[in-house]
Design a protein around this ligand. Sequence first.
Ligand code: GAL
Length: 346
Amino acid sequence: MKNSSKGIVACAGNIIYVCSLMIMVSSCSEKKVITEGSVWRDSDGRVINAHGGGFLYYDKLYYWYGECKADSTYRLKKVSTWECYRSDAKGISCYSSADLINWKYEGIALSPVSSDSSSDLHPSKVMERPKVIFNRKTGKFVMWIHIDSDDYTSARAGVAISDKPTGPFNYLGSFKPDSGDSRDQTVFLDDDGRAYHIASSEGNKTMYISLLNDDYTKTTGIYTRNFINESREAPAVFKRNGKYYIITSACTGWDPNQASYAEADSMLGKWTTIGNPCSGKDYDKTFYAQSTFVLKIEGSEEKYIAMFDRWNKTNLSDSRYIWLTVRFDKGRVEIPWTGKWMPVTE
Ligand code: GAL
């Protein structure tokens, strides 16, 4: 895994956008720019531990939910067919920020259950790729998580709810959405209030997009099979100008591969694969990272950040974050490598 050096800083009151320009000398001391792949620290100076992240904007703050990984990484000996590196699950962490640069640690939003080795939330299990959406009707924050056994053979989706964005989230249990496997996953909340679960299913070969029920805690039985036998993972969905986009990775465990994106006119409609959105250095390896989320900047029509994890498979808690500006060229999605960023005021 490649690491980059630390970043610089910029100032701003209501900054919300991270862009790729590099020139900037700051007159303000507390703001910083995070260089892609550098160690990113929270407002207390601790390394941010929130991998496979999901993001939520609520009441003027952004929330970052992620896998809180224990320090030590081990390889599961009973798995011989692939490199099953693991670190114990320390729950789902939560951070908040007004500017997407400075993040305050809000604690563990969904706690592990150390006392019961049969629990989905036992540290020996897999709790990955948490995503949270807010349900206006029920007033609940709903978290979806990839829940799995230590060897990734159970392949389930877990759901938890909370009255507050920071938790504590109350775990409702796990299940097989639409009777299928559910590994790498995300949720997408559309403007019309409908929400969808998107997951690698059928042994990771085919991706399911499932309409959720009104309270967003279950699937409805209405679902589509997508990218059939294409083995796509790491889904990140966004919408722009009425069109839906999904960025995915190929299926190579913790190792990087080439990203691809597809577009559709509706979530349950036909998805057309366009190709690799990445460009620049290491574009064919997704910059040595893997997609997790695309965040639309609140109040803007055009500004989106594509978020990736640069996994360090032998030291998973030291995996890094790569955030890049999404650009649109005649409707085509482009994610150019930029090396360094700085925030830009709106
Ligand atoms: C990746 C997946 C990660 C994690 C890993 C385990 O393919 O995207 O979230 O599950 O496999 O090897």
